[in-house]
Write a protein that binds this ligand. Structure first.
Ligand code: CAA
Ligand code: NAD
Length: 286
């Protein structure tokens, strides 16, 4: 399989905008699409300002920064993805919505293109099943924030080819990441382990064991995590955490994965974390 030179990113939220930034900074042509024009504009503005910050902190040269900005193409049309070598999908964590998009993309992108999903937990095999190219469908799971975190978890669907796996691994390495490989089971590696811990932190709060501040301080200072689990949930997005717990619960069939009622209630109330200004903590004054 030829080396990847151009990337289509779909979804300009916290993950998609970070993945697009990584691509252009590492010399790839990137097309970025979001179905919400305001979200696309916000993504473009934040990528521009983060690249400018990299230049002003001398992490990259001014020439490299200018080249990165030239490599970014924001588009309202998926038709612009016809020539890309790989699409990395980073839209909402919903199997139904992702399947609809994969089926649409399959009819647009060139026959050799890889279709990758940044899903946190949804089956790659099931996403592949709605396409005519299951051997070229793969999970490429970046961690949040993508420009900073060192890992990409690569998930092989039941039919993913060795060629698609190698090309995706090479791309992740070109973006400066270490890779790990997971088979296609709910939550893969990272979220199978991380999300039950976050859910348990909600249960600890819900049952009145301790305050949110003490739960987070316990894990930060007591186990050297960079963020406490409730702070991390706000960083990830409580809607994303809940979607992952539901997939672990239904996919693994064990009641130990049942989402904590407090997590469900926060999501019902629209308290989704930093991105909405409130989650477990309040960010409105920041
Ligand atoms: N995009 C790009 N760069 C960012 C950023 C963002 N969203 N947020 C922070 N940064 C950069 C800053 O610019 C800064 O760069 P410099 O060193 O060049 O100045 C650097 O990261 C450190 O940032 P800060 O000093 O502001 O903050 P910090 O030292 O507290 O680090 C953090 C922030 C990296 C997020 C750190 O708190 C951390 O590692 N937290 C844990 C994050 C984590 O666990 N992520 C994985 C979540 S699980 C997941 O992603 C999988 C899933 O499917 C849910
Ligand atoms: P987000 O809510 O910040 O952004 C999602 C974006 O997708 C929004 O801008 C939305 O307008 C857009 N979108 C929704 N449906 C679309 C469609 N059909 N076509 C085009 N655009 C569409 O979400 P996020 O946190 O960036 O998560 C995106 C994906 O990445 C999810 O699958 C999530 O599970 C995964 N992920 C999230 C994290 C995290 O920490 N938040 C980490 C790793 C992976």
């Amino acid at each position: 399989m030829a080396a990847i030179r151009s990337v289509g990113v779909i979804g300009g939220g916290q993950m998609g905008s970070g993945i697009a930034q990584l691509g252009v900074v590492n010399g790839l042509q990137v097309w970025l699409h979001d179905s919400d024009s305001a979200a696309l504009e916000k993504a473009q503005t934040s990528i521009y300002s983060r690249i400018q910050a990299l230049v002003s902190k001398a992490h990259i040269s001014k020439e490299k920064g200018d080249e990165a900005l030239r490599n970014l193409n924001c588009t309202s049309s998926l038709e612009d993805f016809r020539q890309v070598d790989i699409v990395i999908e980073a839209i909402v964590e919903s199997e139904e919505v992702k399947k609809k998009l994969f089926s649409q993309l399959d009819k647009i992108v060139k026959v050799s293109a890889i279709l990758a999903s940044n899903t946190s937990s949804i089956s790659i095999t099931r996403l592949a099943s709605v396409t005519s190219r299951p051997a070229q469908v793969i999970g490429m799971h970046f961690m949040n924030p993508p420009p900073v975190m060192k890992l990409v978890e690569i998930i092989r669907g039941a039919q993913t080819s060795d060629d698609a796996f190698e090309a995706t691994k090479l791309l992740a390495e070109r973006l400066g990441k270490k890779t790990i490989c997971s088979q296609d089971f709910p939550g893969f590696i990272v979220n199978r382990i991380l999300m039950p811990m976050i859910n348990e932190a909600f249960c600890t709060l819900y049952t009145g064991v301790a305050t949110k501040e003490d739960i987070d301080a316990g894990m930060k200072l007591g186990t050297n995590h960079p963020m406490g689990p409730l702070e991390l949930a706000d960083h990830i997005g409580l809607d994303v955490c809940l979607s992952i717990m539901k997939i672990l619960h239904s996919g693994l069939g064990d009641s130990k994965y049942a989402p904590c009622p407090l997590l469900v209630q926060y999501v019902d109330a629209g308290r989704l974390g930093r991105k909405t200004g409130a989650g477990v903590y309040n960010y409105s004054k920041i």
